[in-house]
Design a protein around this ligand. Sequence first.
Ligand code: HEM
Length: 486
Amino acid sequence: MNFVTSLWQWLVEIIVVILIAAAVYVRNNKEIFFLSWQLPGPPAWPIFGNAFAFLCKDEDLFERAVSFTSAYSSPMRFWFGPKFCIVITDVVQAEKVMSSIKFATKDKQMYKFMAVFNGEALISGSGPKWKRDRRLMSPLFLKRNVIQYFPYILHHMKILVKLLEEKVDQPTFNIEHLIHRCATDFVNETIIGVETNAQGGEMENFLENLTRMYTVVYARMVKVWLQVEWIFRFTKYKKLQEDGKSVLHGFFRQAIETNKQTHVCTTKDDESFRNLLQQMLDIRNDVPDFATDEELVHHLSTLYSASEDTVTTISSFALVLLGMYPNIQNKVVEEIFSVVGDRDVEEADLVKLTYLDMVIKDVLRLFPIAPFIAREASQDFQLEMARSGKRPNEFYPEHFLPEAVSKRHPYAFLPFSAGPRGCLGKPYAYMAMKIILVTILQRYAVEADGKLEDKPLKNDISVRFKDEIYPIRIRKRTKSEKAFFK
Ligand code: HEM
């Protein structure tokens, strides 16, 4: 037998083994394959599934995913390599899945890449530990607890509005860059328990590594080949992951050490300021197995990215849109001057800023920070359908007038997710975003070029403008303008 004949024989044997393995796999999973053939969805390859659909630049992944989900009715099928997924875009179907504790388990394959940084903490964890941690930590996120952070957020915002003086009547600049640094400082002070000076330029290495973390986590979630450990090891992402983790975890470890030294467990009705880390140390005092130091690092890493990135991005989107749509900005400013006037915004004002609330909600609707949420289905379920929404692609805060809200399915608007895995940070987020927007809009008129549709989006761990620039110009509000709005 010559070399070519034995090579052929060898190849045929491999193909036969693969075919037998595939046949066994299909037989063992016949219900899934049967369901897959019944559902609409893009044609898939054996083994690779629809993985080739994501062979594109990182910044084009979001558009690819959206084009798939809008091309087929819900529920649609999608194969992430050999993994079968059902994609739901219908609100009634979403309610069925998201409201049930039976579907509270996060998809392990997706979230394990986040778990590299965030361990089994609240967003990436599941099961009894997540359930216990969520129960213990939920009170820390209630409005009555997070309201103590109001003056700290306002303090850092006052530094930001001072820095903005330099931008008055200047060409377009990226507002996200400045809000990002301000939010870093207030999140660090209120949640992580350390005072930082990102607004003075002292956190740049940390912030660079944070961006790396988002890039790696998202790339591994959607690019099936990066999920194969030995392939991943040879890519640029491996180094990004190692460097990112070492810098971020180093920072959080240091915060824990500092807070452990100053931490004094106080009575439950003590009203003095306690950052969130100190409150987690309080929990550990009561429930000793609540979290090891390493698990606290994971909680801080989770809470940092869950809070700082989301609040920064949504506030930046809001300012660009208000710059693009001056009529809407005028209505917001009119409300701000009638409720707050020229003084510092106070806690009691927030609830009265109802139009601003509608604006923020419409921004959250247009730019859902987590547009894809993955859950594991551990049992069979039936789905039904519903329709939703008028003027879906317009910035139209009136979508959130009480009468419009009452006519809509509650699961038609899910920026904070919902059900047992819903966002815990909603009260903190609304408070922070309102302080940011009021403090800026009180002092400056914002301008931005173009319209909503001129700025395409991308997605890493959050939705962002594709070019990552949130361009605005600002002008100081004159006395007569303020008087006009009052
Ligand atoms: C505009 C701001 C925010 C938006 C749009 C938002 C949105 C979300 C979404 C969609 C989820 C579910 C994620 C998933 O299932 O993969 C989530 C979870 C979570 N968020 Fe937020 N979030 C925001 C701000 C915050 C803030 C400020 C904090 C903390 C102070 C926070 C803490 C959390 C936590 C702890 C979870 C995990 C809940 C669990 O799975 O048990 N979020 N958030």
